[in-house]
Design a protein around this ligand. Structure first.
Ligand code: ZN
Length: 59
């Protein structure tokens, strides 16, 4: 019933971290669908996602 509220897990193509081994995650709500991406702490994509997320909060 609440499936639409459950974040879709996206595996990073760079570090391929999962929710088991990932230490950092980023959330995004593109197109109304919530998704979560896991990264290792050293993944450059994590840093990039943080910048993107930060930019969305500041118009
Ligand atoms: Zn990553």
């Amino acid at each position: 019933m609440l499936d639409f509220l459950r974040p879709k897990t996206v595996v990073c193509a760079y570090c391929r971290a999962t929710d088991k081994e990932g230490v950092a995650r980023t959330l995004s709500a593109v197109g109304g669908a919530l998704s979560v991406t896991w990264h290792t702490a050293a993944c450059p994509h994590y840093a990039a996602d943080l910048i993107l997320a930060d930019g969305e909060k500041r118009p």
